[in-house]
Design a protein around this ligand. Sequence first.
Ligand code: C2E
Ligand code: MG
Ligand code: MG
Length: 408
Amino acid sequence: MSRELPKASVLAPGLVSEGGDIIMNSLSFIRSHLEMDVAYVSEFIGDEVVFRDVCAPGYEASVKAGNRQPLHETYCHYVVGGQLPELIPDTNLQPFTQHLAATQAFPIRSFVGVPILRADGSIFGMFCSFGKVARPTLNSRDLEVVRAFASMAGDQVNERLSLASTAQQKFNEIEDVLEAQRFEIALQPILRLKDQGTAGYEALCRFSPQPYRPPNQWFDDAAEVGLQVALELYVIEVALKILPQLPTACYLAVNTSPATLATGKLSALIAAAGGDRIVVEITEHAAIDDLDVLLMEIDKLRDHGARIAVDDAGAGYSGLQQIIRLRPDVIKLDMSLTQDVDKDLARRALASAMVQFAKATNARVVAEGIETEAEMRTLKNLGVELGQGYHLGRPALSADVLKLMRSA
Ligand code: C2E
Ligand code: MG
Ligand code: MG
């Protein structure tokens, strides 16, 4: 399967919008405080200046974020080089400015600009403002105000840079995981509580890079940098290869987020693997955006014979609303409901209500995270059909599980 990876460069816009309000508010304040027309934050890239944040009411068409200018044509360049002062109340009184095309083009009659430094002291760009009218009253106190706001904007710029660099790191790490398949699939048994027979296995991803981090952290990072769908699909693709090696009476449960399901790419994988022994667990860590699309995809999976499970039911976003809307074939009770269920009346009442609901809607209940004999017995007595947890079997790498099966 070919995986579509977003280019690392597309990371920046989404992530660097962080702190944008503070920068825009600073620009807007300085522009009106100095009674100028345009205020902007620029970045020096090679021999160009790139406008990053721009406040230019009335001039939006000509001065906008993303505009680039050769460095040597800008005031910024000469302020940093010391040929121009940071504050120019009247450009007509600064002969040097007359050589610059921008002076005539806009035209610029007043200017103020101070450098923005990166955390390591190098120059990132400038915080500037300019206007069409000379402002002879501007003085060093105005410049101090501009410096204060530029410093605030500079903090935000550095925050952005650090976010973008963390994101880039995450992106590279996950891209490497995808390219070199740096993960394995672990299987955890799901048992019938009445006779302890194995009904199925849940495929759980184990990422190899050290130090070890739980899979949900990897998937959260992948979501942050736009690689969630690629990662989830790839893991499912690898997990589904295990299916033919499992006993025919056992199902294989794979995990997906609603976002991946909504792309419509999962159903082809499920169809290719022969859907009737597959349970697709929908793991929700965020609110569902478009329920209609999701229901359509769920129908497609069912057409291929797969069953749908709501994972972590009773926790986070997997509340009753979702269970009612998604009409799952399997309800996986979150371990927060399972733990201490033998000692806690409220948990027992809720588990029992779930069992009744499942009966009425023709669904099956799996209790997750069973860690003790007492929890297991209590859940069984409440009518919970299936269980999963350390007490019944820990997740183990699929190669080991399959080897054990063969030798048995
Ligand atoms: P989940 O899908 O609800 O998986 C159950 C988690 O509970 C697993 O953690 C499992 O090892 C753990 N667990 C099982 N029995 C017990 C128990 O008795 N006690 C306790 N305390 N924990 C138990 P794991 O493998 O670390 O996965 C955590 C979460 O990461 C998963 O929760 C799922 O949301 C996500 N995840 C794991 N593998 C995948 C995957 O392949 N794809 C996707 N999309 N998500 C995955
Ligand atoms: Mg799960
Ligand atoms: Mg779960």
